[in-house]
Write a protein that binds this ligand. Structure first.
Ligand code: ADP
Length: 383
């Protein structure tokens, strides 16, 4: 202790209200320390000691700088405060970090109050641990950012849906006009052609609406989890594609030792239906097209891979194709919703979906299923 600190003690000890003062300081639910003009701590309550991990009275005689490493407690600033003392917030408007004895940090808010005791001026600092407030603030900020992001996605969604639904409608209206003229002139070949185009445009609209409804259902229906033998499930899925596989001479090889996973049967089917459908559409470009389904154990997750040996995908599109309406093959049949459904289903399973591919090297579409029930999100959106 410095001589000045000792003299303060003498002063306080002789003060008739000393004990009352200490009892009040001790009973306050916030941390309190009192510092003399040289920055020595002369009083600390147990709340402050607990907050900064010090033993009882261990802070007495230490410099206040051991508690808050910030420019705010630079000795010059402390002197300035003591020369023009008034109640104020320390480090107002910016994050103040307290320094604990073990070197860890704690976010704090510090209020400074000058006090005069006899001829001496001291600074009484009330310290509040704002860890919880910071946590809630960070959570609110994240939620706000998520809502902002959702708004942007929603705008994009409305724009694309209206554009993609409008295109077949515009086509239909034109062909209805042609149809009327051709019927009046009895041009039956042209009538048939217009009817074909009308049918195609309507099927496209129907496909898009069905896919969008499916996508929205993924979030709303909640998951019915069960243990699924993937080999059995994949055989059922592949069987449904047998006509298209035969037509393109595509061989499908499923690893004989496929694992079991925890999943919602209908949703898991949708994931593999989409991946296999894409492998048929985009991956059967070689002379002897092949689709491989294999797996890897990755500790807490089971990884399943659907691989094709087609044209592959440039790295810059690897993430993008999982977004809604993102298509690299605009001329082929499809709506650009399939991989968005895959990604969403996997998210609800607490898992992930991604692609590994190089142009000319085929594509490996991976999905990761968590092994533990606790990792799976079985909520219904909005409930
Ligand atoms: P869709 O097939 O209806 O267009 P998806 O969301 O399933 O929509 O796929 C998005 C895009 O990703 C496709 O349009 C295609 O360009 C690309 N893609 C998907 N799977 C493959 C694949 N196996 N090989 C190459 N490109 C693919």
């Amino acid at each position: 202790m410095t001589s000045e600190t000792s003299s303060l003690y003498d002063l306080q000890i002789s003060h008739p209200n000393e004990e009352k003062f200490r009892t009040i300081v001790e009973s306050v639910p916030n941390g309190i320390i009192m510092v003399d003009v040289t920055g020595n701590i002369v009083i600390s309550n147990s709340e402050a000691e607990k907050m900064f991990l010090y033993e009882k009275n261990e802070l007495i005689g230490q410099k206040v700088e051991v508690l808050v490493r910030s420019r705010t407690v630079h000795p010059n600033l402390r002197e300035q405060f003591l020369m023009a003392p008034q109640k104020r917030q320390m480090g107002a408007g910016r994050d103040l970090m307290g320094q604990r004895k073990d070197g860890s940090e704690v976010p704090v808010e510090i209020g400074l109050n000058p006090i005069r005791l006899g001829d001496h001026t001291f600074v009484l600092a009330t310290i509040v641990d704002i860890t919880e407030r910071k946590r809630v603030e960070a959570k609110l900020k994240r939620a706000y950012e998520e809502v902002q992001q959702k708004n942007v996605e929603m705008e994009q969604f409305v724009y694309t849906v209206s554009h993609d639904l409008k295109a077949p409608l515009v086509t239909s209206i034109s062909f209805l006009g042609f149809l009327r003229e051709d019927l009046q002139e009895n041009k039956m070949d042209e009538v048939m052609d217009s009817l074909d185009r009308l049918e195609k445009a309507h099927k496209r609209m129907q496909g898009l609406i069905n896919d969008l409804l499916e996508l929205s259902r993924v979030g709303r229906m909640g998951l019915q989890l069960e243990t699924l033998d993937l080999r059995e499930e994949l055989e059922i899925i592949v069987d449904d594609f047998s006509d298209r596989l035969a037509a393109k001479y595509i061989k499908v090889e499923i690893s004989p030792d496929m694992p079991t996973i925890l999943g919602d049967r209908k949703r898991v089917h949708q994931v593999f239906e989409n991946l296999i459908n894409n492998a048929i559409k985009y991956g059967a470009t070689t002379a002897h097209p092949r689709i491989e389904v294999s797996w890897k154990d990755a500790g807490t997750e089971t990884l399943i891979c659907v691989r094709d040996f087609g044209a592959g995908i440039d790295r810059q599109f690897h993430q993008k194709i999982f977004g809604l309406f993102q298509r690299l093959h605009a001329d082929s049949e499809g709506t650009g919703v399939g991989l968005a459904i895959v990604s969403r289903i996997m998210q609800f399973h607490g898992g992930r979906a991604w692609v590994e591919s190089e142009p000319g090297q085929g594509s490996q579409f991976w999905v990761a299923f968590p092994k533990m029930m606790a990792q799976v999100d079985t909520r219904r959106i909005g409930s």
